[in-house]
Design a protein around this ligand. Structure first.
Ligand code: ZN
Length: 377
């Protein structure tokens, strides 16, 4: 059989430059109307048992070149079990060495979370008694923006993910969060739902997800730079979600992402907002400490630089929600690579670990619930 490479499917992204024998030269395609690129997802057929070299030649110009050193590509034959393939980065080229076990394999930047899987998730959650489903708007490409409300107590908790569509780990996290939140036997969940109403947007950027984008929507807009002034033309997804947040209020919020470069899970907070309050910060810190205790996959040593007083970027959701609602809000970053403090050479950072981290985050929220209740009286 002849080696063939394609990406014309849900979430796919690659351009074939040349195939010579067992070596393929490939390029990642830029997000539509944008210069961002880093997400790749392609299918490889007709190469069982051949020692392939897949060279992605435009990695040097990608959005986060620091993402490539130490990175191993994800490979699967069934699109459920994603293991890592030996990958090296030099001179702007990522070379993936792979001997496919079958004549049909899939290669991706991280385990994909396709729109088809998203629709299956939405269907299964919407069918649970007591869950309220709503579409908050239609996107620029005409997709529904799916939203769930899990009615409960007075506190308003918002969980939303995948503003950056190539950060698929964020929706694997959501799957774990929803699985746990819908388990009526779980005592932590029973307490959480007694005290809080949950608002969940599992995928903020369905158009970018389907198009195989890294960071932007159908108009090439980075949704996490729109929260100060969203518009129907550029960012209807943010406009709709923020509109709903204005109706419900927000006490606690998590915006779920992935980070290309840092091999760790970490939080970014709202330091530097004009209305920053000590009590608000104390709950963020307590949540962070509770999460350290809950799982060795979370840490507080590695992360982003903390902005100075007054220097927060209010176009980002975390800062905007903390400023606008006085909420305890945060950005959760998971690695594309692995947690370097507890590495898994076979899977790296994996879909299972995303799900487990989500469960731990709910333990963290449970731990700070009394403090949050008092603070938001
Ligand atoms: Zn992100």
């Amino acid at each position: 059989m002849t080696l063939s490479i394609s990406s014309a499917f849900d979430g796919g992204n690659i351009r074939v430059v040349a195939i010579k024998g067992d070596v393929a030269d490939l390029e990642i395609v830029k997000d539509h109307q944008s210069d961002f690129y880093q997400w790749f997802y392609f299918r490889l057929t007709g190469a069982a048992g051949r020692a392939l070299k897949l060279r992605i030649t435009n990695c040097g110009g990608a959005a986060y070149p620091d993402g490539w050193p130490g990175y191993q590509a994800c490979v699967s034959t069934d699109r459920e079990d994603w293991t890592r393939a030996e990958s090296t980065y030099a001179d702007g080229v990522l070379t993936i060495s792979l001997t496919p076990a079958s004549d049909s394999v899939w290669v991706a930047y991280f385990a994909p979370y396709t729109m088809e899987r998203h629709y299956d998730l939405v269907a299964s959650v919407a069918a649970v008694p007591g869950v309220e489903y709503r579409s908050l708007c239609q996107t620029l490409d005409g997709r529904e923006l799916d939203y769930f409300r899990l009615p409960g107590g007075r506190l308003q908790v918002w969980l939303y993910a995948r503003q950056h569509p190539g950060e698929t780990m964020a929706e694997w996290w959501m799957e774990g969060a929803l699985e746990r939140l819908l388990d009526e036997a779980d005592p932590v969940v029973r307490r959480l739902r007694e005290k809080a109403t949950f608002h969940i947007v599992p995928n903020m950027n369905p158009d970018g997800s389907f198009r195989g984008h890294l960071r932007t929507n159908a108009a090439g807009v980075n949704l996490n730079r729109e929260w100060h002034a969203p518009s129907a033309e550029r960012s209807p997804e943010v406009l709709a979600v923020l509109g709903e947040m204005d109706r419900t209020g927000v006490d606690f919020a998590m915006d779920v992402h992935g980070d290309e470069a840092i091999a760790a899970n970490f939080l970014a907070g709202f330091e530097g907002i004009p209305s920053w309050k000590e009590g608000q910060q104390a709950i963020f810190d307590a949540f962070s400490e509770a999460l350290v205790r809950a799982t060795p996959d979370f840490q507080t040593e590695k992360g982003y630089e903390i902005p100075a007083a007054g220097k927060a970027n209010l176009s980002m959701s975390t800062a905007q929600l903390a400023e606008r609602f006085g909420a305890v809000s945060m950005t959760l970053e998971m690695p594309f690579k692995d947690n370097a403090d507890l590495p898994d050479p076979v899977y790296g950072w994996s879909t299972d670990r995303c799900r487990l981290l989500a469960r731990a985050c709910l333990d963290g929220l449970h731990a700070v619930l009394p403090q949050l209740e008092t603070y938001r009286k």
